[in-house]
Design a protein. Structure first.
Lengths: 360, 300
């Protein structure tokens, strides 16, 4: 018979500690100004809901070729500049990297018919042209995050002349990996029905699916630890609040583009097909992709497991392929303290080496 | 945050600290009412929600710990009874979660509210509503217009499909709960737990390991797909009914609006293609222009 031999003194201590963190949390929440304050930036282009931002440099540029960050259509890109302490963008700026960012915005009901081709050949291509014009250069470095990494791979295959180097972060490439649960969980969901029933797929619904990947860790465990985060020092509490806000800031997804994305890249595993796949009236093959590639992924990523990302090595035809594995989860690879002490410097160094090699 | 709310929260925490269970419940309910009613417009929504979650969790942790302590003062806790209660509690949480995650169309929810005294998330109201609809259908069938009968039948079919899918999915989750408890029991047999935090952690570890194994299985994925599809089919069916009503009143339907948006996007693509062709043509003409004899241009 299993026994729970509770130590009464220890239990009382734990109860008291919990009351204390609750009291501290209430005090913190009543005093904190949790407004998001991002790095200085200028909007240089907009079309429909899409906005293109240029971040003001903080030091002299050490790299001539600018970096355009292409975020996922899922969630919002401000996680890359969550707070001054937790900001991939600020760290890149501090390394002298010129940074531009695409914000896809919030699709409206009439955007439900936007296809992947529209995102690639209209929005992304126009943003690229704007960056080239603004940065007065002929090529740029493209950095794609998660789903944005897949878009960046496709764009680089469509327009290799415009992309100098490609950086993929926490990007799903091989959906056939057995630990890629997202693909398995969504395998039986009727996407056509989703499009007719919802128009755009509601962001909160997608959040539920992410949550269903680890319900206890993302639910009970997180709530049990919330008091410690909120009751701690104000900076820690602020970062926790901002992260919570970001997690709940989930735009709806244009259903036609989502349908194509899931079919091509999750169900057909298109990026891994040697014969390529049809997109934007072209046949695209990753084997034909020869530009330098830096692939960054998290070893503890439950959303896009490391194996799903690292498969890019086999899929691409690039002879200049570099891999950077970070001991962090999906979001931790982008905003975690450990990652931020390492990833921006590694990106800047990798880009500087290739920038220098290009100079006549 | 208003002083009123802050004071209530502080009072409630003090009650928690004194372990006065009756007062604690009253204070908790009072505070929850204030938070949900949004008494203070100055509190950001996210702070209010976080406070709600935190206080609810603290109350539950405190209650659980107090019960364990009460048992512990007599002897070590009878795990069999505790685990049985825990299983019932988990199944209830699972049911709430499923109903919260796969919601009914808003209008249908409101309609159900008229026929049920129960508050959302609608526990057994769905069955009651389906029964009501079936009775209505059998009474109306001899006298109502055939198209109305057909629509009611469709609605009933979709509700039954949703209920069937919901039962199937909850059975999957219940199996996971049972297997996780079994694993937790095994762990408790080998390592005695003396600590409440440890007990929570053990549950999280046990649940996640079982869950990760289970959700990779075919049956779970099919059940998840079916509840998602059934909820979407119900929503779509309801929208079709609404479209019919709108059409009958001469109003623009969502479907018609969508058709216009689709045509708009098709036209945009056509314009984009034409612009690209034009740019290519201009590009191909550029070298010819530079090859031209400048004198010839002057003469034109």
């Amino acid at each position: 018979m299993p026994k729970i031999s509770l130590d009464p003194d220890r239990a009382r201590q734990q109860m008291a500690a919990r009351q204390k963190t609750l009291r501290d949390s209430v005090n913190n929440l009543s005093q904190l100004d949790s407004r998001h304050q991002g790095a200085c930036r200028d909007e240089i282009f907009s079309t429909d809901a899409v906005r293109l931002y240029h971040y003001r440099p903080t030091v002299a540029a050490t790299i001539k070729t600018p970096v355009l960050i292409c975020y996922a259509l899922v969630n919002r890109p401000w996680v890359l500049d969550l707070s001054p302490e937790r900001s991939l963008i600020r760290r890149l700026l501090d390394e002298g990297v010129p940074v531009y960012l695409i914000d896809w915005g919030y699709p409206t009901r009439s955007d439900r018919f936007l296809e992947l081709e529209d995102y690639l050949e209209d929005y992304l291509d126009r943003c690229v042209d704007q960056v080239l014009q603004h940065g007065q250069c002929e090529q740029l470095n493209l950095a794609g995050i998660c789903q944005g990494g897949v878009l960046s791979l496709c764009y680089s295959a469509l327009h290799p002349d415009k992309v100098s180097n490609l950086i993929t972060l926490v990007t799903p490439v091989d959906s056939s990996q057995p630990n890629f649960r997202l693909g398995q969980l969504t395998a039986h969901i009727d996407l056509t029905l989703a499009a007719t029933a919802y128009g755009n797929l509601p962001g909160p619904l997608l959040n539920e699916i992410y949550h269903a990947l680890k319900p206890m860790r993302l639910g009970l465990q997180k709530r049990l630890q919330a008091g410690k985060e909120l009751g701690g020092d104000p900076e820690r509490a602020l970062n926790y609040l901002l992260m919570e806000r970001w997690l709940n800031d989930c735009p709806d997804l244009a259903s036609a583009a989502l349908q194509e994305f899931v079919q091509l890249f999750l169900r057909d595993n298109a990026l891994m097909q040697p014969e390529g796949f049809r997109l934007a009236a072209r046949t695209l093959k990753l084997q034909a992709l020869e530009l330098p590639l830096l692939n960054i992924f998290g070893l503890k990523d439950h959303l896009v497991p490391a194996e799903t990302s690292s498969a890019l090595k086999q899929a691409t035809g690039s002879r200049d392929y570099t891999e950077l594995a970070i001991d962090a989860g999906h979001i931790g690879t982008l905003t975690g303290q450990k990652a931020l002490s390492h990833v921006p410097t590694a990106i800047a160094q990798w880009l500087r080496q290739r920038d220098a090699a290009k100079k006549p | 945050m208003t002083e009123q709310l802050l004071n209530i929260m502080r009072q409630w925490i003090e009650q928690l600290e004194q372990h006065n269970s009756t007062d604690e419940q009253t204070g908790w309910e009072h505070m929850q009412q204030l938070l949900t009613a949004g008494i203070s417009q100055q509190i950001p929504q996210e702070h209010t929600e976080l406070l709600l979650k935190l206080t609810r969790q603290s109350a539950s942790f405190n209650r659980f710990a107090a019960e364990l302590l009460e048992h512990a003062q007599q002897d070590s806790v009878d795990s069999a009874v505790l685990l049985d209660q825990f299983k019932q509690h988990l199944d209830q949480l699972t049911s709430d979660w499923v109903l919260h995650s796969w919601q009914l169309p808003e209008q249908l929810g409101i309609l159900m509210g008229l026929f049920s005294v129960q508050q959302p998330p609608w526990q057994d109201s769905l069955n009651q509503f389906a029964q009501l609809l079936a009775t209505l259908l059998s009474n109306l069938q001899p006298v109502a217009r055939p198209d109305l009968v057909t629509q009611l039948k469709e609605c009933l079919c979709l509700l039954e499909r949703f209920e069937h899918a919901r039962t199937g999915y909850m059975a999957q989750l219940s199996t996971i709960n049972a297997l996780a408890l079994e694993r937790m029991t095994q762990q408790l047999e080998s390592d005695a737990v003396t600590d409440i935090d440890q007990l929570h952690q053990l549950w999280i570890e046990s649940y996640e390991s079982v869950y990760q194994q289970h959700i990779g299985g075919h049956d779970y994925c099919v059940a998840l797909g079916e509840i998602s599809n059934a909820a979407m089919a119900l929503r779509h069916g309801w929208q079709q009914q609404r479209d019919r009503f709108c059409s009958a009143l001469g109003l623009v339907t969502d479907t018609r609006h969508d058709e216009l948006a689709q045509r708009h996007h098709q036209l945009r693509r056509r314009v984009r293609d034409l612009e690209r062709e034009l740019a290519e043509l201009r590009h191909s003409l550029q070298p010819k222009a530079s090859d031209k004899d400048p004198n010839a241009q002057d003469q034109s």
